[in-house]
Write a new protein. Structure first.
Length: 255
């Protein structure tokens, strides 16, 4: 059994065949999925999916790229939604210095507000980090985010950064890039980081694993991530599936 801990089934890319996508995931032993909402539209869709399907859970938050659009009213709404029994985390939040829609200082302020929100409602934080590792780690430390912990989503950093994140009570989640031929850092992390600290995801519809790279991703592909981790560690896929499923169920309380 596998759990896709970060998937965007609420994306427009699934408007035509969402039911079939979910069915394919189940056929491929993906028994639970965590759908991430990151703005008004995707949060509403994530909540609807979590309420419709017993095996789908929701994470609600505001994406750093769109931080400039985030209001205090939006954050109050997210805090209200966090009381829903199917909401298992706050995010994805963090910093993205690749896209320049939202100024860095705005991103950092919205990030800090969501960390504080997560601490108030006692839910883990799902971190988006693109080209901003130093600031992400600094802010997590300054806001004492270890009290809730969280997930370094689609982790692409170094082994050293992974260890630093683990010390702050964060899980390391690996996705499609670990299967890419030249993805040296994710492969090294998969090899060196203990299974106790790993989870798996697709980030679908983005970042499809090999051999589907460049095509639309979907949760039925998450076993390919597990297979590559197993290969790199020299263990069975079953061991990876069992450990990452156990980690996700314990971390998100998916019982």
């Amino acid at each position: 059994m596998f759990i896709d801990t970060h998937v965007h089934l609420n994306a427009d890319q699934y408007d035509e065949d969402l039911t079939e996508v979910i069915e394919r995931a189940i056929e491929n032993k993906v028994t639970k999925m965590v759908v991430i909402g990151f703005d008004r539209k995707t949060i509403q869709r994530a909540m609807a999916l979590a309420e419709k399907y017993e095996f789908i859970y929701a994470v609600v938050g505001w994406h750093p790229v769109d931080a400039i659009d985030c209001t205090d009213e939006d954050l109050r709404w997210i805090e209200e939604l966090s009381a829903h029994p199917k909401v298992v985390g706050i995010g994805e939040t963090g910093l993205d210095y690749y896209w320049d829609k939202s100024p860095k200082e705005v991103q950092q302020e919205v990030f800090r507000k969501q960390i504080r929100l997560a601490k108030r409602v006692n839910l883990p934080i799902i971190i988006h980090n693109r080209d901003a590792t130093e600031d992400v780690l600094r802010i997590l430390k300054e806001e004492d985010a270890r009290t809730t912990g969280g997930v370094m989503h689609c982790f692409g950093g170094s082994v050293e950064t992974a260890h630093e994140s683990i010390k702050m009570n964060f899980m390391i989640s690996l996705g499609g890039p670990v299967t890419f031929k030249n993805a040296k850092q994710p492969k090294k992390v998969a090899e060196m980081i203990s299974l106790d600290h790993l989870m798996i995801e697709t980030d679908a519809p983005y970042l499809a694993p090999h051999p589907y790279r460049g095509k639309r991703n979907e949760p039925s592909y998450v076993p390919l991530v597990a297979e590559e981790i197993a290969r790199l560690k020299g263990i069975s896929v079953e061991e990876v599936a069992e450990a990452t499923t156990r980690n996700a169920e314990k971390f998100f309380k998916l019982f």
